[in-house]
Design a protein around this ligand. Structure first.
Ligand SMILES: Cc1cc2nc3c(=O)[nH]c(=O)nc-3n(C[C@H](O)[C@H](O)[C@H](O)COP(=O)(O)O)c2cc1C
Length: 403
């Protein structure tokens, strides 16, 4: 985990240097200790004072200044770093680093460190596409440096193209991912369901819901990042499944039930994030229904309750996590569902709140466990929420296995 890790943040003289302030702030908020090294050019864009206040640590701008209240010489910083992040990384600093030039504090420290280095190139499109810059980037990558690829969009120099520094939140997520314990779920099988289901009416129409699959896909990714074998059973979704995850794509609730039950016996943790339709159409028309009558009546039959079945079949060393999406009486419904369906944990989200629920990137959830512990999370990105859910499920499994 990133908490208490020493991150050396190299800030160089690009127009995006101001975004490094937010990067430093976000890194600190997630618990990292941030030590900023600025190039001389960077100090023309942002002040040292800003970084000092944001990080609570001295900021290094030169090799020749007074040593502050701790040992900031380049070797000390190089050793202290658990990770070095250069954001933004100018064409100049990339070129210097690729050629072993060490003529200021940042480049000297880069030569001296054994810590992993992430760099986020940000510059005018022509500078980025220049074969010299491209060759330098490739060279650093071939030496094991991690590039955080620039975004495309409107650049400060007035043109549109590649070269924009990605959003600070995305950069910090990349850095957080680096510190995830990638072996912590090795040997475990995690089954995740995601997205909504489609219940056919005729060959071209269906009853569906607004679930995008973002929460379930994020859960699958978080479990994969921790080394688990992940099976993602997904209803229709526009999302790309995370690499390394086994995906089973289907449409209806009945198909989802069959797929989940087939995978269940040797699964350690099930996280059911799918929004499964409660009802299906009794008589699915063989041909497209024509618009002729004033009224069309569809008779719906109750779908199987997959979660309940899993709860009934659950073995002592299996963990079952459900989701409750409600627009009212959230906690009451969630507690009831947890008990009735024999779940170990339930993730309750009030889908009526702005920024929460279906088709958003963020969510606002409370996680309730069987022993009535309630963990209330602030509005967070679904990827971060997914990590909390997966870590809690893993802890539950460990508790069960300890007996
Ligand atoms: C207003 C302005 C904006 C600049 N923006 C960038 C930039 O976004 N990316 C870049 O690579 N260079 C940019 N430069 C050029 C660098 O500042 C210059 O190459 C400098 O030598 C970089 O020094 P450093 O790599 O030691 O920080 C900019 C220069 C100016 C004057």
């Amino acid at each position: 985990m990133i908490k208490d890790k020493n991150i050396v943040l190299g800030v160089t003289g690009g127009i995006a240097a101001y975004k490094a302030v937010e990067i430093a702030s976000r890194l600190r908020k997630v618990g990292a200790k941030v030590h900023v090294v600025m190039t001389k050019a960077a100090t023309s864009f942002v002040t040292e004072l800003t970084f000092r206040e944001i990080t609570g640590n001295p900021v290094t701008t030169t090799m020749w200044g007074e040593v502050a209240n701790w040992n900031v010489e380049h070797i000390a910083l190089a050793k202290l770093a658990d990770l070095v992040l250069i954001a933004p990384a100018t064409a100049n600093v990339i070129a210097k680093a690729a050629n072993g030039i060490a003529d200021d504090m940042l480049t000297t420290m880069l030569l001296a460190t054994k810590a992993p280095v992430y760099f986020a190139p940000a510059m005018n499109t022509n500078m980025l596409e220049n074969p010299v810059t491209q060759e330098n980037i490739r060279k650093l990558e071939s030496l094991g440096w991690h590039q955080i690829e620039p975004d495309s969009g409107y650049l400060a120099c007035g043109v549109s193209g590649a070269g924009r520094l990605p959003e600070p939140s995305a950069i910090v997520e990349r850095i957080e991912d680096h510190f995830i314990d990638s072996d912590s779920m090795k040997g475990l099988k995690v089954l995740v369901t995601a997205a909504g289901t489609y219940e056919p009416i005729d060959p071209v129409r269906y009853i569906g819901n607004r679930s995008s699959g973002k929460m379930g896909y994020a859960v699958a990714e978080a479990a994969r990042n921790r080394g688990a074998e992940v099976v993602l059973v997904s209803g229709p979704s526009a999302l790309k499944p995370p690499a390394g995850v086994r995906i089973i794509k289907l449409e209806s609730a009945c198909d989802m039930r069959d797929a989940v039950l087939a995978e269940y016996p040797d699964t350690d943790i099930v996280i059911k994030a799918a929004a499964v339709a409660d009802y299906r159409v009794r008589n699915v028309a063989e041909n497209k229904i024509k618009k002729k009558d004033e009224e069309l009546v569809l008779v719906l039959d109750k779908n199987p309750d997959i979660l309940k079945e899993l709860g009934q079949l659950k073995k002592p060393n299996q963990v079952l996590v459900g989701f409750a999406a409600e627009t009212r009486n959230l906690m009451e419904y969630a507690q009831e569902k947890l008990q009735k369906k024999n779940l170990d944990m339930i993730v309750a989200n009030d889908v009526s709140k702005p920024g929460a629920g279906f088709n958003t990137d963020t969510n606002l959830v409370k996680i309730i466990t069987r022993d009535s512990d309630v963990k209330e999370l602030p509005m967070m990105d679904k990827k971060r929420i997914a990590e909390v859910i997966v870590d809690m499920a893993k802890e539950k499994l460990q508790e069960k296995c300890r007996g």
